[in-house]
Write a protein that binds this ligand. Structure first.
Ligand code: HEC
Ligand code: HEC
Ligand code: HEC
Ligand code: HEC
Ligand code: HEC
Length: 384
């Protein structure tokens, strides 16, 4: 009888070890698992190597912000240096900073630079946060820059492909990339080197109002019907075939009524955004109060930006010069509403409000550079 137990016990262990026996030891542990010659490929060909087997991830990545970050940055530099832009001191400041800017727009591999040697740290969050703004160093060779923030920047430590929840069966069917789980990759820290403001200020409870996991990717990456990420990241220049759910959630937070003073009153109760925003972007909510037959009877423009904060912070750099733009409000993270009132010709006519949402990359640039995101008509909430 005892023998049977032994047999069951040892065959159990054998089965558990099987995956390790089957894969190339070099691939599973130390040593570079990428095929010989991978290191010598151009950056573009390294990304295309991943694309060979991860077509969906590649296609979606190409439509998102990270694969286009270097081109967008170059367009910005070209724009401020063109005749279309007329603010010499800002242009001079961008030209001076160019070398530092590129660190996030075309970075060296995170796991071979900022995350190096921190992989086994029990608390990667604490050790990284101690290094307040751990910008990754930029890639130097101009020819390597066009892939911007790419697969290799986020997933490769020089030896292995890093993943969040690779499954045992992948040891059999993915010898070519042999993903290895990594604690930083599974946390929001992957985003930290370039989005430290959002990571530092994220309120998990606020995030869980809309998603199960308080993860950056839960909200910012598209998910398919089965709930798996498709690797598309929503952004201001969304591809026309993508439906940005975040934009809908933001507009959902707006309501309108006529208050006791006879003024139209917009209430913005933020439930969509669980963290502070980046310094640059702006959302413009053009709110038009409409009558039954859709005549505009009052208009209010609400702006979501960090202009007041940035102007104060940038005083150190820019002195008395102030960037353009119009003051707005950051989204409130304490679940209290913001209210905006405005005059209406005849309150009795008010029936609904049309919200047109425009997103701008820089609040200090003219509104004409904004990108149309969505339009929604909501009914007026009459007090009971
Ligand atoms: C020859 C094919 C092949 C190539 C090339 C390849 N992979 Fe993979 N990869 C796979 C397979 C197969 C899996 C396992 C997928 C599964 O079973 O869900 C996998 C898994 C992964 C995972 C983990 C998926 C998960 O569910 O957690 C990541 C991340 C990954 N690959 C990234 C990359 C990157 C980045 C590159 C380029 C450097 C790359 N792969 C190159 C075939 C490949
Ligand atoms: C800490 C990392 C980091 C550095 C350094 C950095 N950026 Fe960015 N940049 C970002 C992130 C993240 C975004 C996206 C969020 C946003 O829109 O602000 C962005 C967005 C942009 C955009 C908007 C592009 C678009 O989609 O239209 C431009 C332009 C830009 N940055 C230019 C610059 C310039 C110029 C500098 C140097 C003065 C710079 N960046 C430095 C991280 C960085
Ligand atoms: C900005 C960093 C970043 C870049 C760039 C990036 N990834 Fe990822 N990738 C992630 C993160 C984070 C996850 C985990 C998402 C989750 O499940 O929450 C992930 C998940 C994955 C997965 C597993 C989930 C799935 O979609 O099957 C694969 C495969 C993958 N990435 C491949 C790629 C490939 C191929 C590229 C380049 C075309 C790439 N990644 C570029 C950060 C990145
Ligand atoms: C190496 C730096 C880097 C890392 C790491 C990184 N990003 Fe980004 N991200 C950028 C840059 C640069 C942009 C601006 C791209 C542009 O608009 O040109 C950006 C843009 C974005 C945008 C779009 C902003 C907008 O509205 O246009 C989102 C959303 C985003 N990143 C989410 C994430 C998430 C989530 C992670 C972690 C999985 C992550 N990023 C990791 C550099 C990075
Ligand atoms: C509960 C959902 C949710 C979670 C979780 C979340 N965000 Fe956001 N985030 C939003 C919404 C909503 C916006 C505003 C819409 C937009 O700009 O596209 C936003 C805006 C952004 C932007 C756009 C640029 C800006 O600042 O205006 C970036 C970049 C970003 N988030 C990064 C992150 C990172 C990094 C994390 C993880 C620490 C994260 N977000 C977690 C919902 C979320």
């Amino acid at each position: 009888m005892k023998r049977v137990y032994y047999l069951v016990f040892f065959s159990g262990i054998f089965l558990l070890l099987l995956p390790y026996c089957y894969t190339d030891k070099k691939a599973w542990h130390k040593g570079n698992i990428m095929p010989e010659g991978f290191a010598k490929l151009t950056r573009q060909d390294q990304v295309l190597y991943c694309a060979k087997c991860h077509q969906q991830e590649y296609d979606n990545e190409m439509k998102g912000p990270h694969a286009n970050a270097y081109q967008r940055f170059q367009q910005h530099v070209a724009f401020v240096n063109s005749d279309k832009y007329d603010c010499a001191w800002y242009t001079a400041s961008v030209n001076k900073k160019k070398g530092e800017c590129v660190s996030c727009h075309t970075p060296q591999d995170l796991f071979q630079t900022v995350f190096e040697k921190r992989v086994d740290n029990m608390d990667p969050m604490a050790s990284l946060r101690a290094n307040i703004k751990p910008f990754p160093p930029p890639r130097v060779a101009e020819s390597s820059r066009s892939t911007s923030v790419d697969c290799i920047s986020c997933h490769y430590d020089g030896q292995s492909i890093l993943a969040t929840n690779s499954k045992p069966h992948q040891l059999f069917n993915a010898p070519e990339c042999n993903p290895k789980d990594n604690p930083i990759m599974s946390s929001n820290m992957t985003c930290y080197p370039c989005h430290w403001d959002a990571v530092n200020t994220l309120l998990p409870d606020a995030a869980r109002l809309t998603v199960k996991d308080a993860k950056c990717t839960s909200c910012h990456m598209e998910h398919d019907a089965k709930g798996n990420v498709t690797h598309y990241t929503f952004w201001k220049h969304d591809s026309p075939d993508k439906h940005n759910v975040l934009i809908e959630r933001i507009v959902d937070d707006f309501s309108v009524n006529i208050n006791k003073d006879g003024l139209a009153e917009i209430t913005w109760l933020n439930t969509a955004v669980p963290h502070e925003l980046a310094p640059g972007p702006e959302m413009i909510f053009k709110c038009q109060l409409l009558s039954q037959d859709s005549n505009v009877i009052g208009t209010k423009v609400v702006r979501m930006n960090l202009k007041k904060k940035i102007d104060t912070e940038m005083a150190e750099v820019f002195g008395t010069k102030i960037l353009g733009g119009v003051d707005g409000d950051p989204p409130k993270l304490d679940h209290t509403p913001l209210k905006y009132t405005f005059d209406v010709k005849n309150t009795a006519d008010a029936k609904m409000m049309r919200i047109t949402l425009i997103k701008k990359a820089q609040h200090w640039f003219p509104d004409s550079l904004g990108i149309y995101k969505t339009e929604r008509v909501i009914g007026l909430q009459r007090p009971l």
